[in-house]
Design a protein. Structure first.
Lengths: 156, 303
């Protein structure tokens, strides 16, 4: 089983925007149903573009420890936006994987000890392998996956 | 301190984005390691108690600044936006309809000189506003005292008259205008077509050109009034007579220093998509689309 299939994930805006722009947001929502955490900073950012992600659990920062972590990160990593910082903070304090396409956010997550950091390509590989297993069970190869993957490659 | 060119007070819906833009520009410079790379413009502080001839003072500052910028006293300025932008002056444009605000400036040791220009105005007005506000930033730095927004000054306030004089002399230096006049008009009677030729050359409004010609006695006052009336006959009061194309502003905006730093930061992995949206004050979708078009631009260029 792929590592992404089980853990909860803290998503940042860049990933959601990419799924939204390629018209695949429902697919994404389905893939992470019941285990998608979203910082309220990410929710705010997406709200400005009228993007809503169904099934995401909105996580506000409530504890001093979380706010201090967020503030310190903001000072240290000035190239990151509030959404990315919120996503990292949620991943850190909720022991979730971080799902982001941003290189700097991934490096930062590594630095602060977030166990698993993934990007859209990892999601695609995970989805692809799931579908492959399913199709093998059903006895035929799915035809939609390669075209979907090339669509994502264009987007990245 | 904020300053409106007209008698109007800068509206709050304008002050906040201006303040945001100034801070965003500085933050971007810091993120990509380009802060304090360029020297701030020099300080020609005007002291009302010491300098008894404010208009002459402004004239001298205009010529001195032209000299410092390598413009000399003969050449018209091709693109004022580009010129100032290249020297690190933070320039912002935005359409503000229904307001008599032409330009606003701010100065602080940290942010340097920041100038807002109302894009709803004619190109000629925008160029003049930019020069006018730059004059404030050079001569009236000590008046930018408070971090709180301040009201605009009356049109006939000494500081406003000085900034106007700075703008006029900076854009249309006497020596340059005399030379052009002698070369292109000489002893012939001046016509509206000559005014159009010169306003285009110096990139100022037709009315300002006529005033300048009259002030320098190149054209008698009576003749100036005749030209003025002739232009007014054919001119929509809200529009410029034979307006300049906005190409020069577009050319600058498409390749401004801010945009360049932003592209470098983003494509170099120093600025995230979320940060990009914050700095540009746009939505994430708009930010993503801009990034994609930049990436395409670069891949086409490399192909």
């Amino acid at each position: 089983m792929h590592k992404l299939e089980t853990t909860s994930v803290s998503v940042d805006s860049s990933v959601v925007v990419d799924f939204h722009l390629t018209g695949n947001l429902p697919f994404f929502e389905n893939a992470f149903a019941g285990r998608m955490l979203m910082s309220d900073f990410v929710e705010d950012e997406l709200g400005e573009s009228q993007i809503r992600v169904l099934g995401a659990e909105i996580i506000p920062l409530t504890k001093d420890e979380e706010w201090n972590f967020f503030a310190q990160l903001r000072k240290r990593k000035r190239g990151l936006g509030a959404g990315e910082l919120g996503g990292i903070t949620v991943a850190k304090f909720d022991n979730a994987s971080l799902l982001t396409n941003d290189r700097q956010a991934r490096q930062t997550a590594d630095e602060v000890g977030i166990g698993q950091v993934v990007c859209v390509l990892d999601v695609l590989v995970s989805m692809w392998s799931s579908e492959e297993k399913l199709s093998n069970k059903l006895g035929h190869q799915t035809t939609c996956t390669p075209s979907r993957a090339s669509q994502w490659n264009k987007c990245l | 301190m904020y300053r409106a060119l007209a008698d109007a007070v800068a509206p709050s819906d304008l002050r906040l984005p201006f303040e945001h833009s100034c801070k965003a520009y500085r933050e971007l410079e810091e993120i990509v390691g380009e802060a304090d790379i360029l020297l701030p413009p020099p300080d020609y502080t005007f002291n009302p108690g010491v300098h008894s001839k404010p208009i002459q003072f402004a004239t001298q500052v205009a010529y001195s600044e032209r000299d410092r910028l390598g413009l000399g006293l003969l050449e018209p300025i091709e693109n004022l936006f580009r010129l100032f932008d290249d020297r690190g002056i933070k320039i912002f444009r935005r359409v503000i309809e229904d307001h008599d605000v032409y330009g606003i400036s701010a100065f602080s040791p940290e942010y340097g000189a920041c100038i807002f220009v109302n894009a709803a105005n004619t190109v000629e007005r925008q160029i003049f506003s930019l020069a006018h506000e730059y004059g404030h930033a050079l001569m009236h730095r000590s008046f930018y005292k408070s971090t709180a927004p301040a009201a605009g000054l009356a049109k006939d306030h000494e500081l406003e008259l000085m900034a106007n004089q700075f703008g006029v002399c900076f854009l249309v230096p006497e020596l340059s205008l005399r030379e052009v006049y002698l070369r292109d008009i000489g002893d012939k009677q001046i016509g509206v077509e000559d005014v159009v030729h010169m306003k285009r050359l110096f990139r100022v409004s037709a009315k300002m050109m006529i005033e300048r010609l009259s002030d320098l006695s190149l054209v008698p006052r009576k003749e100036g009034s005749r030209l003025f009336e002739e232009i007014e006959k054919h001119q929509d009061p809200k529009k410029e007579f034979v307006p300049l194309s906005d190409e020069l502003i577009k050319e600058w905006e498409d390749n401004s220093r801010f945009l360049h730093l932003l592209k470098r930061g983003l494509l170099g992995g120093m600025v995230s998509l979320g940060k990009f949206a914050e700095l540009m004050n746009v939505s994430l979708v708009e930010a993503r689309q801009a990034v994609q078009s930049w990436r395409k631009e670069i891949s086409f260029a490399q192909a």
